[in-house]
Design a protein around this ligand. Structure first.
Ligand SMILES: NC(=O)c1ccc[n+]([C@@H]2O[C@H](COP(=O)([O-])OP(=O)(O)OC[C@H]3O[C@@H](n4cnc5c(N)ncnc54)[C@H](OP(=O)(O)O)[C@@H]3O)[C@@H](O)[C@H]2O)c1
Length: 250
């Protein structure tokens, strides 16, 4: 199926590694041009070189998505380069603490909520204003199955539940502007972010006992759902959550 993503402008946060990077490569292979954002420019430049090797354009912009001034700078740089944004993938997220709900402190709460929820919302808002002006667009938020069923990361789970509701609110309010907004909710995926989980045999065993497919995902296994939601193959789908979780949420 031709996903008709050729020459689309795609902005992906947290695209220097993991799921965001896999998604960036997936879009590039479909012929899209990329803007990628995360905090560390050298990592972004390395990722951008891989994308350019596929003969696609790629603009790396050092950005802390939890900072409003960085979000404004990011959107401005992408507009200077491409003049539009067709697809936004809100993928960057953090979880700086493994503390329980009884012990986690407000600094961890702020770090998680600023990036995972506030940054996601206000970047979406800035990009949606452009999409509205240009006649439409697609926003794909990366939540987590932890936002559907709580797990061992309490505030992270709350933030991801917020991402799912933010998706529904944005989808409802921006549908008149031909902006579709959907969420992909990954299960345990082998990236740096989740290394403390899949790298710990006890935690991995518990997680796999709840996973019908019996293994964690590779980052590339998230890409199909993201491309589907970014394409017209999903033209009548908005405000929805697609778990890509090996069956955990069954
Ligand atoms: N891996 C899993 O098991 C799993 C499961 C469910 C959901 N998810 C979700 O999948 C998404 C991607 O995670 P991942 O597993 O691919 O993680 P990852 O491999 O650790 O990549 C995280 C990316 O986000 C960037 N980032 C971190 N903090 C940032 C900030 N403040 N501003 C901008 N960029 C920032 C990182 O680059 P810098 O450090 O240079 O900023 C990196 O590019 C996240 O939303 C995560 O919650 C992951």
């Amino acid at each position: 199926m031709d996903l008709l993503l050729k020459d689309k402008v795609v902005l992906i946060t947290g695209a220097s590694r993991g799921i965001g990077y896999a998604a960036a490569l997936g879009f590039a292979k479909e012929g899209a041009n990329l803007a990628i954002a995360s905090r560390k420019l050298p990592d972004l430049e390395k990722a951008a070189a891989e994308i350019k090797a596929l003969k696609r354009k790629c603009l790396p912009v050092a950005t802390h998505v939890g900072k409003i001034e960085d979000i404004q700078n990011l959107v401005q740089k992408v507009m200077e380069e491409y003049g539009r944004i067709d697809i936004l993938v809100n993928n960057a997220a953090t979880n700086p603490s493994m503390a329980s709900a009884m012990d986690i402190d407000d600094r961890a709460w702020d770090a998680i909520m600023n990036l995972n929820l506030k940054g996601l919302f206000f970047l979406s808002q800035a990009v949606a204003k452009i999409m509205k002006e240009k006649g439409g667009g697609k926003i794909i938020n990366i939540a987590s199955i932890a936002g559907i069923t709580p797990d061992i990361l309490p505030v992270y789970s709350i933030s991801k539940a917020g991402v799912i509701m933010a998706t529904k609110v944005m989808a409802q309010q921006w549908a008149p502007f031909k902006i579709r907004v959907n969420t992909v909710a990954p299960g345990l995926t082998k990236t740096k972010f989740s290394q403390p989980l899949w790298g710990n045999p006890d935690i991995l065993n518990i997680a796999m006992s709840r996973t019908p497919l019996g293994r964690p995902a590779e980052p590339e296994e998230m890409v199909g759902a993201i491309l589907f939601l970014a394409s017209d193959a999903s033209s009548y789908i908005t405000g929805q959550v697609i778990p890509v979780d090996g069956g955990v949420t069954i």
